[in-house]
Write a protein that binds this ligand. Structure first.
Ligand SMILES: [Zn+2]
Length: 224
């Protein structure tokens, strides 16, 4: 496992978001109660693709990391996710959000909703922070995480548009769906002064949102 993955996994995810990355996929999938209970069926009347956008964290107790300027990751995630949603809608893609305000949506509820509606893709939006003890001024990179082959192609498409950006593997609750291509975007390091400034700058955010949306659109064009 690369140092980057370890760093990212240790940095901001609570125990619910991290599982044993050496677990065999079948065993991991059995934890997906939503997958076992409700086989997803695509509504016959849905014409346009459906993409779920998931702004990570949210609510009074789940802020994610604290940015360089004191603002929380949950806010940066929501702002970027809404911008991605708007870009997708402009392109004729149906986009649904797991939250549209500062509400606390349980972790497994997020992919479950996408599964229920048989979404074409699930994209979780986060901002990163370094592992405890690391100098936040020295760590800044962008990455898109996937867990299985389904998600990897989507991750690579988004990473290509976000370049320089790594496409990496991580076994997060929101990346391991066996049916819906699912990825987690770490758009920037909120703990880095430049990363934080850009995350809350509308023009910079719009640029990142367009890149993420374009990656999703590239993937949809090639895979659907
Ligand atoms: Zn996060």
């Amino acid at each position: 496992m690369s140092g980057l993955i370890v760093l990212a996994m240790m940095s901001l995810f609570g125990p619910d978001e991290i599982e044993n990355t050496n677990a065999v996929p079948e065993r991991v999938y059995t934890k997906l109660a939503y997958a076992a209970d409700t086989p997803a069926t695509r509504p016959a009347d849905r014409v346009s693709p459906l993409v779920f956008i998931d702004p990570g964290h949210g609510g009074k107790k789940n802020h994610g990391c604290r940015g360089y300027d004191g603002r929380f990751e949950s806010e940066a995630n929501l702002l970027l996710a809404l911008a991605v949603r708007d870009e997708l809608v402009k392109a004729g893609v149906e986009a649904m959000m797991t939250r549209e305000d500062d509400s606390d949506v349980p972790l497994y509820e997020r992919p479950r909703r996408a599964h229920e509606l048989k979404a074409d893709a699930f994209v979780s939006i986060h901002h990163n922070a370094p592992a405890a003890g690391k100098d936040p001024l020295a760590v800044r990179y962008r990455a898109v995480y996937s867990w299985n082959d389904l998600g990897q192609r989507l991750a690579e498409a988004i990473a290509a548009r976000l370049a320089p950006c790594d496409s990496l593997h991580a076994n997060f609750a929101v990346t391991r769906s066996p049916e819906i291509p699912s990825v987690l975007v770490e758009a920037d390091f909120l703990t880095h002064p430049d990363g934080c400034r850009e995350a809350f700058d509308p023009a910079c955010r719009a640029q990142i949102a367009r890149a993420i949306a374009q990656g999703i659109l590239d993937w949809l064009a090639a895979n659907r």
